[in-house]
Design a protein around this ligand. Sequence first.
Ligand code: SF4
Length: 795
Amino acid sequence: MAQTRRDFIKKTAALSAASLVGMQLPVDVNTMARAAEDEAWHRGTCRLCGVGCRVELGVKNGVPFALRGVADARTNYGYLCMKGMHFWKCMGHKDRLTKPLYRERKADPFKEISWDKALDIAAERFSSAVKAHGGNAVAYYGSGQCLTEETYLFQKIMRGGLKTNNVEGNPRLCMASAVGGYMTSFGADEPIGGYADLEKAHCFFIIGSNTAEAHPVLFRRIMRRKLDNPEVKVINADPRVSQTSRIADKHLQFKPGTDLSLLNAMAKVIIDEKLHDQQFLGNYAVFKQGKEAKAASFDEFAQFVAPYTPEAAAKTCGGTITADDIRQVARWFATSKGTVSLWCMGINQRKQGVWANNLIHNLHILTGQLMKEGADSLSLTGQPNACGGVREAGGLCHILPGHRPVEKEKMRNQVEEAWGIPLGRIPAEPGLHTMDLFTAVNKGTVKAVWINCTSPAQSLPNCDLYNKGLASDDCFIVCTDIFKTRTTEYANLILPTAFHFEKTGVYGCTERRSQLTRKAIKAPGEAKPEVWIAREWAKRLATKLNDPVIAQCVKPFDGLEEDFALPQAIWDEYTQKLTKGRDNDLRGASYAVLGRMADGVQWPAPTEEFALKGGTVKKFVKGLDPMADSESKNDLPYQFYGPAHEDRKLWIWLRPQAEPSEVPDADYPFYLSTGRIIDHWHTMSMTGRIPELLRANPYAYVEINPKDAAKLGIKPGDMVEVRSRRGVNLLPAKVYEGPIEGMVFVYWHDQEQTRMINKVTKDDYDPASKEPEFKICAVQIQRVSGPRPLTPFLV
Ligand code: SF4
């Protein structure tokens, strides 16, 4: 490719600027040197966060050599973040698991065994647990990282085959509160709009989300919108000043756990100043209160928020918030031509996670900041397929495929009919949610668990408590993964799996978008796709339990080769039989269609013709959403056909401020919050193995406000003990104005035992969503020594 010196200087300058914000420019800049080579580029999706950036993997002679963004993809327009551009280096990594490993007892060393033997053992241990104790003695614990086909097939085998709803996944730990919020406010899970609103928004309300580091490519889009249009307002509400705060017109820094007061106070300002949209409310909304969702009136809502004056809320929230700040942000929110709210774990990982979600939705419903371009209440997803595989295809203990609640007999029967198994086969009771599942492992009542592509030994809150159960020989543990993790240390059987681009399947991202990634390279050693593993395991279970219904669960997939035909058949069964007539209708998103799209399809997409146009950009809007047209009941332009609200209305909830389950006291005087940094992803099993990313952030540290550090005699780099009632960490101090006074912050990626912050975090959970309150607990802080040399650690 010819280029002038001037072009080169321009591109180099752009590249330096981009790297500062953790971005990779579209690849025509980065991969110029390779353009002329004989190579193939395979289109797929990023393996990491829930943004769902579209990528192309460069492969030469069967070996991957680079990854680039897809310029015409509406998720990322060619951009990638630093970890996204590097994830391909996991392929072919020397640490990859390549053979099945087994040990009978957990104190024994692992031995390599054949696949045949491994699957026999897994089937034997699960079937003997079922024979002796029934279906609820076994469980599947999956992941928002699994492909939809994998989650769907495993949950089918567990529910239809082993007669248990003990099907859970790590999205319980990150987005169950968002599901609860959408279901109770809108009557339907998942956002109404999507990323297209970011370029149309005039106000961004970012709360409980460090978007700049957790969802960098979306942050880039927000930042670009703000830079191009300085009048666009950005509000950032967070107890910590983060990388996201630097583009904020107003950063609201408050005491952790007081944001329900802030949100109610914003609602009060909106009502007092008559900034609510009376017509929108009259047409589309009702007010609700209490557990029974009792009807309330507008006046009752106004009375409910009356005590949340800006002055009272500013006092409750503490920090640097003033009453005038609250008035100002409420006005910006209500009066902008389009407001998008974005939130993530700071809202979801909370004892009142569902309520906090409701209160954000309240503001949108009150002001009519929904449905129109540039307005949305957009919860950000933490994993590449938590939406999609887990939320939509039945990956949680209370949800069947197609957003069907387990407890509804009609819904269970629809699934049983689709599978051709006897009615009544799926149990009526939801299974064990994540925290109850690992409590049951501790108690010894769950005898065998299949853990797929996730590491609860590190990611559960108060993890040491639950690791006791995982370590016990009373529970047989299978781990399917690509690398060893803290959890494989507790396994009896480790099964090596194919990685992204080594198998075929679909991911669904934050904005209801499903995208296909096809196999492009061979998996190393004997690593296999999970759909093959699940099918072969189920066939053995059927024999050992002498149960033809288990065999029936995998019969439609028998004999299909695993690289394409098998996942395609699973996807077809899920979409054609189980999303028909559901709000996530995906029948038009066939592999053939997905394979033609630069960036997949947003549901609902009931026909291929509609899917080929990209699907539904905005749910519930007639003319944009085919289900809003087909389900229309009146002349109004918006039709809220969500399955959970028979009245077809949006619900505004009366939800009071409520304390976190643990707040600082004389013994544990500091708040602890945890979160992510840009270079790493989750338990670091992948990003920790990529030298560029490990060098950038080799180990966790504790951020301490300079005023607190001065009081405690802590200097930068000193070793500091962070101790809660549950556990202790020893971390180097980063003295930094990020956390509010009285609060410390630690990132949760580090695998090293003395730096694993989930030993310290709390395992209380939201009673509605069952999502634990990772984000707030009370700790002591104590200087232990001056700086010490530290080394990064990986299992
Ligand atoms: S923003 Fe997320 S999806 Fe996009 S490249 Fe980065 S990690 Fe991947």
